[in-house]
Write a protein that binds this ligand. Structure first.
Ligand SMILES: C[C@H](N)C(=O)N[C@@H](Cc1c[nH]cn1)C(=O)O
Ligand code: ZN
Ligand code: ZN
Length: 471
């Protein structure tokens, strides 16, 4: 074992405490009330990186409109370690914002307090993406404390808006491709998950995502359903009908034109899914006590997640949702849904087809309510070359730490800036996940195994060593 890996192994307790501090900052980017916490998290990272002798800048990327207010966007953290022209330069991206979480959602403990039980650490952001981001800090700490020279120059880019569409980041990356990010030889991102709970993975594809809102506006105020029911067009009724025209209960997208954009499946690609190391039962058990998958077939499940688009209905803003039996007609509601995009799906065309479809369906309702469709954010899919030296360096790092060849996967989720790094820096991007398939990112009781966190921090160190010498 190298000195760096040994240091990581021996300082597990300190590293768990570091993650505890990070999880305690409730940096939910999608909530107005927690924007100060997101900004605090950016400052926490700056302080941590400065302690590790990195040169850190917090980049102000302007403001955004949220719930009718103009608020500051959280800063992008730029940090540089090393500036040696004889070494490669690796840009490392991660995000320090998290998804919303409330105890009442079904958490067994406070979501913003890290709990440790056996090998499992629970808390919002533990796997997505504070564990990996703090993992890079652990790796850097181990280099510093063991006086080991860094084999590469590192440029860190940590953003605070990934869970809300990475607002402001694309423009910054494009601009800084000729500034701070100039000279990058490869990019590494740790912000997704293994395909199974058993085997590490390397990921060479992501689905894109287009997020929409259907706004239905009716009366000026909520109405008594006894007094007004039967006399007005109800926004909720209109909205539920419209949302029901988007997708079938077995997951088929019913917006005309979308499925036709998808690249046809070749037999060679099909065989790859058929032979992947993936256990349907393990997958089903990680989701529910009884099978809820649309299919029991391995290749169909894998393709549903990696190579086909999907449309999910997320929620309705403005609707009654509490306990009890409130008899209200909501005066205006907003239905939220998103489409996961795959290669060949053009985001502009998708937006146009979705809007055309919903406006056509809205006409059929004969409603007097106002219907508007808004696209909140959009980013296309991304696929990389998994045989590039960047991937080979990462694969070797995994082999050194775990003793196995990683799975090669495509991720169903999205990391909007990945394609921007790829296209604006014109370098290979490798996704090097830390967490397991059953970590429950975005869900209640999100967790990260201590072994993944510690071994993952070692993999990062091995990756830096390997990437320095691979071409
Ligand atoms: C895979 C990554 N850890 C992640 O969770 N990404 C989000 C990105 C997103 C886009 N809009 C809102 N969030 C995701 O895939 O949902
Ligand atoms: Zn993430
Ligand atoms: Zn996420």
């Amino acid at each position: 074992m190298t000195k760096v890996s040994q240091y990581i192994e021996e300082h597990q307790k300190d590293f768990i405490e570091r993650l505890r501090e990070a999880v305690e900052i409730a940096s939910v980017s999608g909530e107005l009330k927690r924007r100060d916490q997101v900004i605090k998290m950016g400052h926490w990272l700056k302080a941590q990186l400065e302690e590790l002798q990195a040169h850190v800048k917090l980049i102000d990327i302007g403001t955004q409109q949220l719930d009718g207010q103009t608020i500051p966007l959280p800063p992008v953290v730029f940090a540089q370690v090393g500036d040696d022209a004889t070494k490669k330069t690796i840009t490392i991206y991660g995000h320090y914002d998290v998804q919303p979480a409330e105890l009442s959602d079904g958490w067994h403990s406070q979501p913003f307090e890290l709990t440790v039980e056996g090998d499992v650490m629970r808390g919002r952001g533990s796997t997505d993406d504070k564990g990996p981001v703090v993992g890079w800090l652990n790796t850097l700490t181990a280099y510093r404390k063991t006086n080991t020279p860094l084999p590469v120059n590192i440029k860190f880019v940590f953003e605070g808006m990934e869970e809300s569409g990475s607002e402001g980041l694309d423009d910054l990356v494009v601009k800084e491709s000729q500034g701070f990010l100039k000279g990058t030889d490869a990019v590494c991102i740790s912000d997704n998950y293994w395909l199974t709970n058993r085997k590490p993975a390397l990921t060479y594809g992501l689905r894109g995502v287009s997020y929409f809102e259907i706004c239905v506006k009716g009366p000026n105020a909520d109405l008594h359903s006894g007094v007004f029911g039967g006399t007005v067009h109800e926004p909720m009724t209109d909205l539920v009908k419209l949302m029901g025209t988007l997708v079938t209960t077995d997951g088929k997208i019913t917006v005309p034109g979308l499925n036709e954009m998808v690249e046809p499946l070749s037999d060679e690609e099909f065989q790859r899914y058929k032979h992947m190391d993936f256990d349907v039962k393990e997958y089903q058990d990680s989701i529910a006590d009884h099978p809820v998958t649309i299919s029991d077939d391995k290749a169909t499940i894998l393709m549903g997640r990696m190579r086909y688009p999907s449309l999910s209905l997320h929620g309705i803003e403005g609707a009654f949702y509490g306990g009890g039996a409130k008899t209200v007609i909501p005066c205006g509601v907003k239905g939220k849904f998103s489409i996961r995009l795959v290669p060949d799906m053009d985001v502009v065309k998708v937006e146009q087809l979705v809007k055309e479809h919903l406006h056509k369906e809205a006409k059929k309702l004969n409603t007097r309510n106002e219907v508007e469709v808004v696209q909140l954010s959009a980013g296309p899919a991304w696929v990389a070359d998994p045989n590039h030296w960047n991937f080979r360096a990462a694969a070797k790092a995994i082999k050194n730490v775990f003793g196995v060849e990683p799975d090669r996967t495509r991720e169903g989720g999205s990391i909007p800036v990945t394609l921007t790094f790829d296209e604006s820096l014109k370098v290979n991007v490798c996704l090097l996940p830390m967490g397991r398939a059953d970590d429950g990112a975005h869900s209640t009781n999100e967790k990260l195994n201590i072994s993944n966190y510690i071994q993952g921090s070692k993999v990062f160190a091995e990756y830096l060593e390997n990437v320095a010498v691979h071409d």
